[in-house]
Design a protein around this ligand. Structure first.
Ligand code: ADP
Ligand code: F1X
Length: 242
């Protein structure tokens, strides 16, 4: 309606609206094979499970799902392949309106897969993960993005040396935005510094190198325990010395 009115008055189509900046999640998309069991199985035993499903998983990819459900435009950046299970992940991302247009697609690559055993008696979840190609996003993949399109970038804490370089790349971009704003005195600039978040999941002390670059950190039970903190409130109280 508005564009027809604009066309009548101005005689051309209106300029495209600047699109809303996206949230980008960098990390893994994997196939989760989930088995719901009464009890965690004994080794070398045979039991029926109560339920079975397979679904798209991975911290970065799940975060995109949640954001998309909240109506936030988002994009996933991780290595995909043309293999059938990876195709399933891509179809599912399309279904949830998650962009993945900058993902490198490996030919003849596999698909990272997690077998997840859920125990109803204890509530535990045990994960056995396989990643045939161990291929991760690098700085050179990341440099192809136009950072002006993003307001928030979330990283899974993996492939630490490359993630560190990507975070430094964003930091340089943020400095340039702030400088440009102060030079032009343009307070209402559409380009704002990007917020960075990181997930610290695995018990890897090197993950701490990423913290100085993050505005928000998600800390897993395993990581907190590996730093000597037994629960959420202890972890929060000591977050300055983590
Ligand atoms: N069913 C769900 N409902 C709401 N949020 C979810 C759901 N599954 C995952 N999430 C959220 O998505 C994010 C990433 O999920 P995570 O459990 O870390 O993935 P994975 O274990 O595959 O790495 C987390 O912040 C988690 O809270
Ligand atoms: O062993 P890696 O490669 O460090 O991490 C594998 C893993 O933790 O990452 C996924 C979450 O993104 C899980 O499904 C899986 O178990």
């Amino acid at each position: 309606m508005i564009s027809t009115f604009y066309e009548k008055i101005v005689g051309t189509s209106p300029p495209p609206e600047p699109s809303e900046p996206k949230v980008l999640c960098v990390g893994l998309s994997c196939l989760d094979i989930v088995q719901l069991c009464k009890h965690y199985p004994q080794e070398d035993s045979d039991q029926r499970c109560i339920d079975f499903r397979y679904q798209r998983g991975g911290n970065a990819c799940n975060s995109c799902t949640v954001m998309s459900q909240l109506g936030q435009p988002c994009e996933f950046l991780g290595v995909l392949s043309n293999e059938q299970f990876s195709q399933f992940l891509q179809d599912d991302m399309r279904k949830y309106k998650i962009d993945f247009l900058h993902c490198p697609i490996m030919e003849n690559g596999g698909c990272p897969t997690s077998v997840v055993i859920l125990s109803m008696s204890t509530g535990s979840r045990t994960i056995i993960h396989h990643d045939q190609n161990q291929t991760e996003i690098t700085l050179s993949d990341f440099e192809k993005l136009n950072l002006e399109n993003y307001s928030w970038i979330h990283f899974e804490g993996r492939n630490i040396s490359e993630v560190l370089l990507m975070m430094q790349h964003i930091e340089n971009y943020n400095k340039s935005v702030t400088q440009r704003d102060s030079e032009t005195n343009e307070k209402l600039s559409r380009y704002t510094p990007i917020t960075i978040s990181v997930e610290l999941e695995k018990k890897r002390p090197e993950l701490l190198d990423l913290l100085p670059y993050a505005d928000v950190a998600f800390i897993s039970k395993d990581f907190a325990k590996s730093r000597g903190y037994l629960n959420m409130s202890e972890t929060l109280k000591n977050s300055n010395h983590i």
